[in-house]
Structures are given as C-alpha cells and as structure tokens.
Design a protein around this ligand. Sequence first.
Ligand code: ADP
Ligand code: ADP
Length: 221
Amino acid sequence: MSVIELDDVVKRYESGAQTVTALKGVDFHADRGEMVTIIGPSGSGKSTMLNIIGLLDTPTEGTVLLDDDDVTDFTEDELTEKRRTNLGFVFQDFHLLPMLSAVENVELPSVWDTSVDRRDRAIDLLKRVGLGDRLDHTPDELSGGQQQRVAIARSLINEPDILLMDEPTGNLDQDTGRTILEEVTRLKETENIAVVAVTHDDQMLDYTDRTVRIVDGVIQQ
Ligand code: ADP
Ligand code: ADP
C-alpha cells in the first residue's frame, strides 16, 4: 500500500497576468520501506511536487491520498496536523536551532506530546545515527555531517510514515554525503518509512529504489 499518492495533479501559479503550469497531470506514489528520488532540470516542477507531497501546498486539480485517506480538501489546520504526525522533513541547510543542544533540537517537534518517553526516544534516535556522545553539543560544536544527522533524528521523533528530503547532501562533501545516505537507508528499513527526496546529487541514485524524472511538469516514463 502506498503511504502517499498523487493522482493526475495539476498545479498552476498565477502571477499577475501570467499563468505558470508547474505540474501537468502528475501521478506519483511511494511505499513503505522505499526511497524514491525525484530528479529533473531546474524549473521542471521538483519543488512544487515535494511541496504537495509534504502537504505544504495544495494542487489546483487532482487528488492527494495519504495512507489511502483523501486529504485534497483538508483545511490548513488539518494539513498542519497531518504534517506533524505523518511527515518528517530534512533540508539542505539543516534548520537546527543554534541555542539548543542536539537532544533538545531532536525533541523539539514533539514538545506538544506529553508522553514521558520523549527524551528517551530523542536519545535513542541520536544513538542510532552515531551521536550518542554528542547529546549536549550545540550545532556550532558539530560538523556539517553531524548536524545533518541531528536533523534526521529530529525528523523521526514523531514516528512519521514519510521522510521528505530536499537536497539533503547539498551542503556536505561526497564522503559525508554517502555516510548520511547509508544512515537514511538503514533508518528507512528499521522504521519502515517511505523516503522521498529531491536532489542534484548523482551519488544519491546509488541509494535510491526508484527514480522519478520530471521535465517541464510532466513525469517521464
Ligand atoms: P524545480 O524545483 O524543479 O526547480 P519548481 O517546482 O520550483 O521547479 O518550479 C516549477 C515552475 O513553477 C517554474 O517555472 C517556476 O518558475 C514556477 N513556480 C514555482 N513556484 C512558483 C510560485 N510560487 N509562483 C509562480 N511560479 C512558480
Ligand atoms: P530550489 O530548486 O532550490 O527549491 P526554486 O527556484 O525552485 O529553488 O524555488 C525557490 C522558491 O521560490 C520556491 O519556494 C518556489 O516556490 C519559489 N519560486 C520559484 N519560481 C518562482 C516564480 N517564478 N515566482 C515566484 N516564486 C517562485
């Protein structure tokens, strides 16, 4: 069963008198335990697709299914709730809060959750990405690769079904990028999550189960 599915999605942007059709009838799905990478030239619609998959934007036409649940007509509040409980995000520039320690950064998305094992899960996740001895370090005391591993641990704190990654290796050297992708591959399997990534990094394709190529708003077969 797909955890996320787009059916015949069209996205139009109106800017002044101009209309840009960024997605022209896109079908997409991702399954648990699978890493899908979206590639394509600049301006082809990758960010737009990732934004719709991440419930950060809504389609002009077509359907979005999350765990077989039609979320196309959900309100902003309902989408925010779905994002918080079902989705994890990892970005090119880490997005860590500089004044918080690694463990506090990882805990942050779960502060609304009053269950007592929050700190334990944060520590467990940091250990699983090899940062068990860096729990109290702030981001400026960590390397780029370590910061990205903190961000990956943070993205998993609410036990999402889908991990969305926007150029996750974009700010890392090649070897560090590979280490990060190996971590993600392992976590994808142990957590049984779908990973959807957008990238320009060719070495990422070595870790990908399926590649989706988009050109000018159309998925290429
Ligand atoms: P990519 O991520 O592949 O570079 P995007 O999804 O960012 O592509 O953009 C696809 C097309 O939609 C481009 O022509 C871009 O200029 C246009 N576009 C993206 N976002 C907006 C927006 N907010 N308003 C108007 N046009 C947009
Ligand atoms: P990237 O590929 O690095 O994500 P993009 O150029 O695709 O960068 O887009 C950066 C941001 O600018 C996105 O949020 C996108 O929605 C917005 N954007 C892109 N093209 C346009 C456009 N023509 N008009 C308005 N906003 C745009």
